[in-house]
Design a protein around this ligand. Structure first.
Ligand SMILES: [Zn+2]
Ligand SMILES: [Zn+2]
Length: 697
């Protein structure tokens, strides 16, 4: 069963009651969350029930050796995360046999977090869990809890591999919330290619927060980064201080605003929460640290600076506003980005039927392979297991045998290595060992960057920002996986430029779209970072283009692509339209809008556009999953292509800029410095593509 309803609708209660009665009946419960914080929160709530039969315990990376022994022996309500299940509980299943034998229910809380590649890994971990339960003779009920999303039943089935019932009716009482969509104005500031820039969402948030605090309205402002939280709080306080000086407002008015973010000490955070609940604080600027678990609700107003990525997060954040029987206000303030632009011009996309689905792809062979090895190490695989792990299993198993990872015998498949099979799957990683960022003078480890993005973010000469401090990369040593950096302020920023090539390996599905064709299939993407641009920090003025010597990286993944025949594009070229720039602009905006239909963000996907692609021989625009083997995003784009590309066109058309700006066709991750781009051309191109009666599959 999956329960997909809004914040504070009583989801926890609906699984807690049957879970507790199972415990009283001698059963055990496995509770999974993506974060330690939520598990700790649940444990507190369970302990407050004060039931002598209930022995709830968390089991995560922080649990000491002694505690682990106690938990294994006594706990009947185990709170843990998919990582622990993968690395410890399943491989050492024999130590936990008493727990598995009595297992009645598996609660998968906040399961909308299991999307993309991470979600695909979790899907395979749950299949391994089901196999272990079968071994010990238990058949637990799976209860999933999620924020609202479209097609929750389909998602739940992909995640667990089981048929799932949907619970989506939310009958919990609440007051009315007025929802405002806010688009900051264009300013005189100029960005890349002279494009006009909008006033930042954080600056508009500070204005609104100050106004609301003056009116004595308890307001939470959600922003996207820790730095933004500090800056919104600081700016708001400064505005209020001006009022104290200018019009004699109460002296303590600025003190009624503070920042709250991850990274603060626990006692400081609790102090802020208490002051906010009591009304000593009226305005709080926060990252999404409050989103999970912590109980701060019943506010008068919520400001959301920038689309939080999914409708699930939006409703979770907006849901903090509204006390029993009282009306509330929520404001979404658009950032300079095509998706935000589209949303503030198309409220029906937010308030109508939900279209965004939680997407994952458990059949990705790069995900499935390591879990088949892990499963074989747990209990040798037999033919009966093939169905559990999905349709791709047979082929992937054959590959694992060829590669010498598994041995096939008459009775099944065996893991015979001394290594830990679970080390093959990096369930939260992006593939490859991360590059360590080390301060050269002190040897201090500042952080890590995942291998795929190291080429673009910590190449030699890059300006690297870490927790607000600026560093310069002295050397990127790929061989040893280290980037050496030195602290130092620069007055310029760097931007890596790359050359991306894409080749079509196989088109798996296709159908006509307007005069063109739409495809979904496998591709190979080759990206090479070739140089980096230096730009003056304030004005964006170009200071230089420095060459880099980095090896190409290849990625085998899934893509959605569309082509237009020569007969359809020749008239456009004759009208003087820049076909390359038009396709490129359409690609950028399409990447920006895909997150509206699949729960990805624009950094999870990439694109390539060309006037003439060697494999198709036609004008082609590709959008691909940025993860080895694919993550389900491109597939979702294919399935919703008509709505997706229509929204893309509307997003470009809604922006009042003349020749393109970050709110429509410019991309912050363009490897080609946002050139060439043709805004009017993109509109014409998409109009042609969407013109004729498009056939649905
Ligand atoms: Zn624009
Ligand atoms: Zn680009």
């Amino acid at each position: 069963m999956i329960i997909a309803t809004g914040t504070a609708s009583g989801k926890s209660l609906s699984y807690l009651v049957p879970a507790l009665s199972a415990v009283l009946d001698g059963g055990t419960i496995l509770y999974l969350t993506p974060t330690k914080a939520l598990a700790a929160d649940q444990l507190r709530a369970l302990n407050e029930l004060d039931l002598p039969e209930l022995r709830a315990a968390t089991f995560d990376g922080d649990t000491s050796f002694e505690e682990r022994a106690w938990v294994r022996k006594h706990a009947n309500y185990l709170l843990t995360n998919p990582d622990m299940l993968h690395r410890t509980l399943l491989p050492r299943h024999a130590n936990w046999s008493a727990f598995w034998r009595r297992l009645r229910m598996v609660v998968v809380d906040e399961c909308h977090g299991y999307r993309g590649v991470f979600g695909s890994h979790v899907a395979q971990i749950l299949r391994r869990l089901r196999r272990i339960c079968t071994r010990y003779g238990s058949r637990p009920t799976f209860v999933l809890s999620s924020a609202t999303a479209s097609e929750p039943g389909t998602f739940a089935m992909r995640l667990t591999g089981l048929q799932m019932a949907e619970v989506t009716t939310d009958a919990s009482p609440r007051g009315a919330t007025t929802f405002a969509l806010w688009e900051p104005p264009l300013t005189d500031l100029r960005g890349e290619g002279g494009a006009p820039l909008r006033r930042p969402a954080t600056a508009e948030s500070a204005d609104l927060l100050a106004d609301l605090v003056i009116a004595d309205i308890r307001t939470l402002a959600f922003v996207r980064s820790r730095r933004a939280a500090e800056s919104v709080a600081l700016t708001t306080r400064a505005k209020l201080q001006d009022l104290v000086v200018d019009v004699g407002a109460p002296k303590d008015l600025p003190d009624k605003v503070a920042a709250y973010r991850a990274g603060y000490l626990a006692e400081d955070r609790r102090g802020l929460e208490k002051a906010f609940r009591s009304g000593d604080l009226l305005g709080l600027a926060t990252t999404n640290a409050l989103e999970l678990g912590v109980d701060v609700s019943g506010l008068d107003a919520v400001l959301i600076a920038g689309w939080p990525g999914t409708r699930a997060s939006l409703w979770q954040q907006a849901g903090r506003a509204g006390r029993a029987g009282q009306d509330a206000l929520a404001v979404l303030i658009a950032r300079d980005d095509p998706l935000d632009t589209y949303l503030v011009h198309h409220p029906e996309a937010l308030f109508g039927r939900p279209v965004e689905a939680i997407v994952l792809d458990p059949d990705n062979p790069y995900v499935l392979g390591p879990h088949l090895c892990a499963a074989a190490a747990e209990i040798p695989l037999t033919r009966d297991d093939l169905e559990t792990f999905g349709p791709a299993t047979k082929e992937v198993l054959a590959g694992l045998v060829t590669d010498g990872l598994l041995r096939e015998r008459a009775t099944g498949w065996f893991w015979t290595s001394r290594e830990r099979a679970t080390d093959l799957a990096d369930i939260r990683g992006a593939g490859g060992a991360p590059v360590q960022v080390v301060e050269a003078s002190t040897g201090r480890l500042l952080g890590t960057v995942d291998e795929p993005s190291a080429h673009t973010t910590v190449h030699t000469g890059a300006v690297y920002v870490h927790q607000g401090e600026t560093y310069l990369v002295v050397e990127l040593d790929l061989e040893s996986g280290v980037a050496l950096v030195e602290a130092g302020a620069t007055d310029y920023t760097t931007f890596a430029r790359d050359v991306t090539e894409i080749s079509v390996l196989e088109s798996l599905r296709s159908h006509p779209l307007g005069p063109g064709e739409l495809h979904f299939g496998s591709v190979e993407v080759t990206r090479q970072v070739v140089s980096y641009l230096k730009r003056r920090a304030q004005s964006g003025e170009l200071l230089g283009d420095e060459p880099l010597d980095l090896p190409p990286r290849t990625l085998r993944t899934r893509a959605v692509w569309w082509t237009l025949p020569t007969s359809a594009v020749v008239p456009l070229a004759e009208d003087g339209l820049d076909l390359g720039g038009a396709a490129h602009a359409a690609e950028h905006a399409a990447i920006g809008l895909l997150p509206l239909f699949a729960t990805c963000d624009r950094w999870d996907i990439g694109g390539v556009s060309t006037e003439l692609h060697p494999d198709t021989g036609l004008l082609t625009v590709f959008v691909y999953d940025g993860h080895e083997g694919g993550a389900g995003f491109a597939e979702r784009g294919y399935a919703r292509a008509l709505d997706w590309l229509t929204a893309t066109r509307e997003a470009i058309a809604s922006c009042e800029c003349e020749r393109g700006c970050p709110s429509c066709i410019q991309s912050p991750k363009c490897g080609n410095g946002n050139e060439p781009l043709d805004k009017a051309g993109a509109l014409r191109l998409l109009a042609v593509l969407l013109s004729a009666d498009p056939q649905e599959t």
